[in-house]
Design a protein around this ligand. Structure first.
Ligand code: GLU
Length: 436
């Protein structure tokens, strides 16, 4: 039977599609500010600002009903000056080239800040996983791996999970890449299942790092973690792991939310119980939680809850000129990439609310991706204990470096993080491209 290629029907735009451009604009502004602080000249700045390579691919994929749909995929390699490109790939209906550009740049600065031998890259496929079957997701992932094969590799560009992508998809991605190249190269992708060369602790790593930075920020403000109240927006891979870790450390998580709504208990939520209960009820949303020990609140109410720390751990562009004035927290720890717009950031600053920036706070994932990449290249095995110990040490070192840079220059933590990262990349660029 002949198949027909039809326009995309499975995707819906649910939020402002310009979000990606805002993220790109803001990340470029942060680099511009850092370049000014570091007195970097225009031509060097242009090299830091412009992405090295951008790839847009069309992925014809057969759906379960026999139609063939053309999905669009992007991979932006922002910089490979310090090492192979590194960064996740997201599957989202609102993904667009500007968003992927902005996120790729964030990866460059994140890897540089954590002193990892990686550049920055990011991928996105415009699709809505909530309406796709497992088979359809597998075919899209394989088509994407196929299209990217000539431009990726353990020494070129190393994808990983991000929003709506997980270790199953990394397994399909690896398999397709290795079929195409005919070579075994497990370090072409990180966030793989352990049986395929993944590393213990990768799943919890971003959330664990967010929790560590949260505690470090509290201590810096002389707030005892045991007396602190934390609110987390987003209960996916990052938010739920951060919540579990904070709970384990004795910090009260009083509010959590996801796309289905929020749960609130001023005395602290029973996070392990909630996580376990929704785990057994796909699609694993908080509205499925039947416990009597939590009040139901809306996502908007969540953002304005009175608390010590607010952790936005979902998507970009949540703390804006409109929402920042309502925030009732002393500290923001950015679990998501780009959750605060430049206007939102300005308002938080005026209101004296401290922000631990994304490139520091959520770097735990890529740090453990680095361990996984090393493990694959060396052909050895890491233990969960050594992953955790080395992750914590790297996060703590980066936190200390950012805090002291911010104190030394009297700038915000975000500006300090960018100054450290931009300086490292700029030094490498000028050494590589200085005239003979
Ligand atoms: N997607 C994660 C991030 O935004 C991890 C990227 C990676 O491990 O390469 O940092």
């Amino acid at each position: 039977m002949a198949t027909t290629i039809e326009p995309r029907t499975t995707t819906t735009r649910v939020v402002d599609a310009k979000q990606g451009s805002v993220l790109l604009r803001d990340s470029q502004q942060n680099v511009r500010d850092a370049a000014e602080t570091l007195e970097i000249g225009r031509s060097l700045f242009n090299l830091l600002d412009q992405p090295e390579r951008e790839i847009t691919v069309t992925l014809p994929v057969e759906l379960d009903d026999g139609r063939v749909e053309a999905f669009t995929g992007y991979r932006v390699q922002h910089s490979r000056v310090l090492g192979p490109g590194k960064g996740g790939m997201r599957f989202h209906p609102d993904s667009d080239l500007d968003e992927v550009r902005g996120l790729a740049a964030l990866m460059t600065w994140k890897c540089a800040l954590l002193d990892l031998p990686f550049g920055g890259a990011k991928g996105g496929v415009v699709c809505d996983p909530s309406v796709l079957s497992t088979g359809e997701l597998a075919r899209i992932t394989r088509a994407f791996a196929n299209a990217l094969t000539p431009m990726i590799g353990s020494r070129e560009d190393v994808p990983a999970p991000d929003v709506n992508t997980d270790e199953r998809m990394m397994a399909w991605f690896l398999d397709e890449y290795e079929r195409r190249t005919g070579k075994h190269d497990p370090s072409v992708v990180t966030g793989k299942p352990i049986a395929l060369g993944g590393i213990p602790g990768r799943g919890e790593s971003t959330g664990r790092g967010v929790a560590l930075i949260t505690v470090a920020m509290l201590e810096r403000q002389w707030i005892k973690p045991r007396n602190a109240r934390v609110v987390i927006q987003g209960f996916g891979k990052v938010g739920s792991e951060a919540a579990k870790r904070l709970h384990e450390l004795g910090v009260k998580v009083i509010g959590i939310s996801d796309v289905s709504g929020g749960l609130y208990n001023p005395d602290g939520l029973d996070i392990p119980r909630i996580a376990q209960s929704i785990q057994c009820q796909p699609p694993k949303l908080l509205r499925e939680y039947g416990g009597e020990d939590a009040q139901r609140i809306s996502g908007e109410e969540m953002l304005s809850l009175e608390c010590d720390v607010l952790i936005p751990a979902a998507l970009e562009g949540v703390i804006t000129a409109e929402t920042a004035p309502q925030i009732n927290a002393k500290i923001i720890v950015e679990g998501a990439n780009g959750p605060t717009t430049a206007e939102g950031d300005r308002i938080l600053d005026e209101r004296g609310i401290l922000v631990a920036p994304d490139i520091l706070a959520n770097a735990g994932g890529v740090v453990v991706s680095y361990f996984e990449w090393l493990q694959g290249l060396q052909g050895n095995r890491w233990t969960l204990d050594s992953v955790r110990t080395q992750l914590d040490a790297r996060m703590r070192d980066a936190f200390e470096a950012v805090v002291s840079e911010s104190e030394r220059r009297k700038i915000s933590l975000r500006q300090a993080a960018y100054v450290i990262a931009v300086e490292r990349v700029a030094r490498a660029v000028s050494l590589r491209w200085s005239p003979m």
